[in-house]
Design a protein around this ligand. Sequence first.
Ligand code: PBG
Length: 346
Amino acid sequence: MTPAAEASTRQTVDAVDDAQVRLRVRPRRLRRTPALRALVRETRVYPAMLVAPLFVRPGSGMRQPIESMPGQARLSPDVAAEEAARLADLGVGGIILFGLPEGKDPFGTGASADDGIVQDAFRRIRALQLPLVAIADTCMCEYTDHGHCGPLAADGSIDNDAALRRLAEIAVSQARAGADIVAPSAMMDGQVAAIRAALDAEGFGQTAIMAYAAKHASAFYGPFRDAADSAPAFGDRRGYQMDPANGREAMREMALDVAEGADILLVKPALSGLDLIAAARARFDLPIAAYQVSGEYAMIAAAAERGWLDGRRAMLEAVTAIVRAGAGIVLTYAAGDIATWLRDER
Ligand code: PBG
């Protein structure tokens, strides 16, 4: 054989060898049966890692459907307590309460009222001694007449340091009513430190803080603002919530919240922040939570209503991806549904 022919033969033999090696490696072997797939599944969602947001409104015996969030409703405190009991029965890990007060004012006074709507609901839930974690969203946008997350300064901007005083009062009143965790979501600078100091000073050293550390100014909060009647009356939240384009800034916000004493870090929205969830998981050793927000829920629920996709599969896929990215806690409006579905998953 000429050297050229020999080289060409060698190449052919190598190619055949390569092909055989490639065919020995067959990832599909482990996808063959449901049992094999269950055995090698890397990510599982458990009811205990889910937190269900509940909207509490005045009244009794009330369950008022929320149009923009199919399957969700505004509940009076007594019904919210029943719902919490139902979720606890399903093994759901926690609930987070949002309040829709009777009246609003410039300071969001209702958010820290001892007889406030959320405080009332916490007391009823506490009385049931349910095996789930009671979390309070600590903000005032549902309680201010202008719909912003803090009191206004003379120039119409949000007064950060006045907001800190209010957030501290709100957190203390929520802890007093029985919240295990307070979750500041106002994106004010220094909010975790201010709340930690106030809780400790008032004897609530055991109340934990789940910091909405990386919260983007997101269009995906639309349905929530309709549900909670909390859309800003003027302007938007871009002066305090983060630009969705920024990931390094999100890491900086999280590091600040760790330094200020946060117990849990939360990323929000979840599906558009999967990279941040993964980065947070790698960088910090605190529990990482993610919020599958109203718009993420509504997109799937609305498409499912129209028969455009399988709502159950899509919801499970989205929440599984959030857990795969690194979240150990997921806030989701589908918590009850998912806990029910998981009963027949293996
Ligand atoms: C309060 C708050 C909001 C959400 C959680 N806490 C509204 C907002 O920032 O406008 C949104 C949750 C959701 O969309 O499901 N600041």
